[in-house]
Design a protein around this ligand. Structure first.
Ligand code: ADP
Ligand code: ADP
Ligand code: ZN
Length: 213
């Protein structure tokens, strides 16, 4: 099963994608996580990506597409994957479409996790991230067992550099201009599914499982 998660920054794509990956036994692929891992390792790709991410802008398509195609060509993707944060532009979607078609395959679902902007700003200010294992928390909604420490791996939790309010506003702008058009794009392909991302996260997941079967 090949699934795309759509939604504004902070809508809960990552939270849901991790659960989908566990239940359906497919890899969870987050371009944001790949960039953050590269930043942490200090690679050239990471440094270039960071210059855009810190401003709340999208990383250029050329760079992003290359790392995504590289990732989905790995063996563990043969039975599908859940993409979280890719595609974010129409050209990225076209490249993915072409790559999948060349394998005589198709994307099964594009799931739009719908959350409006005012709600997003509140959510992002409480997000805490583990840069070691990729786990995500929220100080009110999803607190870790021990404050500031990752339940899964024991590393220290951080506020992502791009989760400052000013940067979140820039990211929302980029989302509306460049990513939101993908909702129509996948609707026209007949694979768009919408879920209400403002519900409790377990209820959102139940709605998604209903769709995926
Ligand atoms: P969020 O989960 O809050 O939506 P991500 O971790 O997916 O954030 O992305 C963080 C940042 O990484 C984005 O703001 C953008 O700069 C960059 N990024 C991630 N995926 C893409 C992509 N597909 N195209 C361009 N930039 C991307
Ligand atoms: P995205 O990957 O779309 O950027 P995340 O999955 O990282 O979003 O979620 C953003 C923040 O909101 C995190 O702090 C997360 O714990 C929290 N969150 C996710 N889903 C919900 C939900 N349904 N209700 C309340 N908070 C949520
Ligand atoms: Zn961790």
């Amino acid at each position: 099963m090949k699934i795309i998660m759509l939604g504004a920054p902070g809508a809960g794509k990552g939270t849901q994608a991790k659960q989908i990956a566990a239940k359906y036994e497919i890899p969870h692929i987050s371009t944001g996580d790949i960039f953050r891992a590269n930043i942490k390792e200090g690679t050239a790709l990471g440094m270039e990506a960071k210059s855009y991410m810190d401003k709340g802008q999208l990383v250029p398509d050329e760079l992003t597409v290359k790392i995504l195609l590289d990732r989905v060509s790995k063996d563990d993707c043969k039975n599908g994957y859940v993409l979280d944060g890719f595609p974010r532009t129409i050209p990225q979607a076209d490249v993915l479409d072409k790559a999948v078609s060349e394998l005589n395959d198709k994307i099964d679902y594009a799931i739009n996790v719908d959350v409006k902007d005012d709600n997003i700003i509140r959510r992002m200010s409480g997000r805490r991230a583990c840069l070691n294992c990729g786990a995500t928390y929220h100080i009110v909604n999803v607190p870790p067992k021990k404050e500031g420490i990752c339940d899964t791996c024991g590393s220290e939790l951080v506020i992502r550099d791009d989760d400052k309010e000013e940067t979140v506003k820039a990211r929302l702008l980029a989302y509306h201009e460049q990513t939101q058009p993908l909702i129509d794009y996948y609707n026209n392909k007949g694979i768009l599914k919408e879920v209400d991302g403002t519900k409790d996260m377990n209820d959102v997941f139940a709605d998604i499982v209903n769709i995926l079967g």
